[in-house]
Design a protein around this ligand. Structure first.
Ligand code: BTN
Length: 240
């Protein structure tokens, strides 16, 4: 597929969406050295200083129903976790829905954006931001986030990591048409989950605590509250 590189851009996700609207039917990869308006989930910003992190977006046009779109973010999380592990030797965990955690600290976030009709996805943009070679992170996120360089003590080649992410993403995306591969992908997701089986706080739910019973193939969190009530959670954030 088509790879597009930018020394500087507002956001690779925004660029991918603009491109998608102007180029029906096309898929592409967008990578930037620096983002001036990098976006995170839940309206947050994503620190994207020049030359340290990896900032990429994949524009894909899977022939799936909108309800299966979160599967693609699971694919991205699993692919990125394996790529990080292969390139750095670190062990990566996935915090629901799709943050990558190493040694309890966030090193990667994923922002998926969807354009869909009732029954069909038009396009999906999967944005992946990895803290690679930052030697310091801003004070306000120091205790929650880290970089691969800080965790390994060495500089990581971003090109190698990029190739590993894209290669594994392509592989696991086959899960959309292959039930056996879907099963394997889901197994890897569960195995690497930092959330499954844990007591968590559900942000935005008056900070209720609950235990995570399962993470479904549709990417929902199945939780049980102390009073025995169960709930399926489609969207949001948890803290352990
Ligand atoms: C999150 O954890 O909140 C998700 C962060 C996603 C950041 C990436 S960097 C590349 C792509 N472009 C963006 O503007 N955001 C995503």
């Amino acid at each position: 597929d088509d790879g597009r590189f930018y020394p500087q851009i507002d956001s690779t996700n925004s660029e991918a969406k603009r491109f998608a609207e102007d180029h029906p039917g096309q898929s592409a990869l967008f990578v930037a050295e620096e983002q001036t308006a990098g976006r995170g989930r839940l309206g947050r910003q994503w620190m994207s200083e020049q030359g340290t992190g990896l900032y990429l977006s994949l524009l894909i046009r899977p022939e799936i129903e909108p309800s299966r779109a979160s599967l693609v973010t699971q694919v991205a999380a699993v692919a990125t976790a394996e790529a990080v592990e292969a390139v750095t030797g670190l062990e990566a965990q996935i915090k629901w829905p799709n943050d990558l955690i190493v040694d309890g600290k966030k090193v990667c976030g994923i922002l998926a954006e969807l354009s869909a009709e009732m029954t069909a996805v038009n396009y999906l943009v999967v944005g992946i931001g990895i803290n690679v070679n930052q030697s310091d992170l801003p004070g306000e996120i120091q205790d929650k986030a880290s970089s691969l360089r800080r965790l390994t003590g060495r500089k990581i080649d971003r090109q190698t990591l990029l190739r590993a992410v894209v290669e594994r993403f392509g592989h696991y995306l086959g899960a959309l048409q292959d039930d056996a591969l879907l099963e394997r992908m889901h197994q890897v997701y569960r195995l690497k989950s930092a959330t499954l089986g844990k007591e968590v706080r559900l942000l935005g739910k008056a900070d209720r605590t609950a235990r995570v019973l399962d993470i479904t193939k549709e990417g929902e969190l199945l939780v049980i509250y102390p009073n025995g009530e169960r709930e399926r959670i489609h969207f949001g954030e948890v803290s352990v």
